[in-house]
Write a protein that binds this ligand. Structure first.
Ligand SMILES: Cc1ncc(COP(=O)(O)O)c(C=O)c1O
Length: 359
């Protein structure tokens, strides 16, 4: 079986974890600080706040930006549920705007029509490893006085016009779940150049406490462990290499997948794709998308649909009224992703191409 995702954990990560274990300092401590410093430097921001998931990072960033009750945040419905759930955690309401069918990311031209007097922020999600059109999004945000919280949970190391994802808006959010371009097992990070946002994110992470046993606001335990941070420090050193392998794998698919009923992902001129996913669109009229996925899986190749159901189509969102997003609805019917991760061998790539081209 060629898995759809596989973390690359080397001797360096194992040694780093053992060192933390031997130190006895397992919870949030010096390794977390070191990881935050290294991650902030890599992304090109002043502050990074480590937390225990990408979801926690989104919640902490929104709290950092003072998104609260009675407000709305514009985002995409074509994303993992966590993007929109984090808005609900702040007692704010997600309002959905449609995607560009080529990039799968928010279409900046459609955002203004999703804005109301309650809108306080835009949450662009850099889906599959490709950044949103950030110039246009930042222009809209500036002209309407909105904050921008980038969900970069799938885009570690991608950039837009030379600026890394997570460094462009008011805050950026990352996930280090094992399927991501780098991992800490579970983990997340908020990145920002704004000291107040960083301080508020830390407050939410620590049960609302800056001073021991004094709790200023309702907070959570969103702390990252030193064990996770030790993995993250080593993974970060390898991230550029992982990403260039993903890009090489994508090049191979671009050259060798020849099926004419498939639409391949495209890298936009001003954004570097880091191929968290290699997502194809089926225009096949012989086989349904779900039949295609079944056939690929039956041939021993991991194949998944990200995402078969939009956020506003989820049962948990049934009470939240939403505008329809036709492009996102179409994408959810047509997309499927094939393995692109950095652990693939040449033989794996050849096998994937062979199976896809024979469908
Ligand atoms: C776009 C997006 N946002 C948020 C998250 C949440 O990250 P985590 O699973 O680390 O909480 C994910 C993770 O899958 C994601 O893909």
């Amino acid at each position: 079986m060629i898995p759809i995702a596989k973390p690359q954990i080397g001797e360096e990560e194992k040694k780093a974890v053992l060192k933390v274990m031997d130190s006895g300092m397992l919870a949030q401590g010096e390794s977390v600080k070191e990881f935050e410093k290294a991650f902030a430097a890599y992304i090109g921001v002043k502050y990074a706040v480590a937390v225990n998931s990408g979801t926690a990072a989104l919640h902490a960033a929104l709290f950092g930006c003072k998104i609260g009750p009675g407000t709305e945040v514009v985002t995409t419905p074509f994303t993992f549920i966590a993007s929109a759930n984090s808005i609900l955690y702040c007692n704010s309401t997600p309002t959905f705007s449609d995607i560009n069918p080529i990039s799968f990311n928010l279409d900046p031209a459609k955002i203004p029509s999703a804005l109301t007097s309650k809108s306080r922020a835009i949450m662009p999600v850099h889906l599959y490893g490709s950044t949103c059109e950030m110039d246009a999004i930042m222009d809209t945000a500036k002209s309407k006085g909105l904050m921008v919280i980038e969900d970069a949970c799938q885009s570690h190391g991608s950039d837009y016009e030379g600026k890394k994802a997570g460094s462009i808006g008011d805050a950026g959010c990352f996930s280090f779940y094992p399927t991501k371009n780098m991992t800490t097992s579970e983990g997340g990070m908020v990145t920002t150049n704004n000291e107040e946002i960083a301080e508020r994110a830390k407050l939410l992470r620590e049960h609302g406490s800056r001073e021991r046993y004094k709790h200023e606001v309702l907070g959570y335990n969103y702390r990252m462990t030193n064990i996770a941070a030790a993995i993250g420090i080593e993974q970060l050193k390898k991230l550029d290499k992982f990403n260039s392998t993903r890009r090489k794998n994508a090049d191979y698919y671009i050259k060798h997948i020849t099926a004419d009923w498939l639409v391949k992902p495209q890298e936009s001129k001003n954004s570097k794709h880091v191929y968290h996913q290699y997502t194809l669109r089926s225009k096949n009229n012989r086989l349904t998308r779900d039949e295609i996925v079944q056939k690929i899986k039956a041939a021993g190749i991991g194949c998944e649909i990200y995402y078969p159901r939009l956020v506003y189509q989820q049962p948990s969102f049934s009470a939240i009224p939403s505008r329809k997003c036709p492009e996102a609805e179409k994408a959810a019917q047509e997309v499927f992703s094939i393995p692109i991760h950095a652990s693939l061998s040449q033989a794996d790539l050849e096998q994937v191409v062979k199976v896809i081209n024979s469908l």
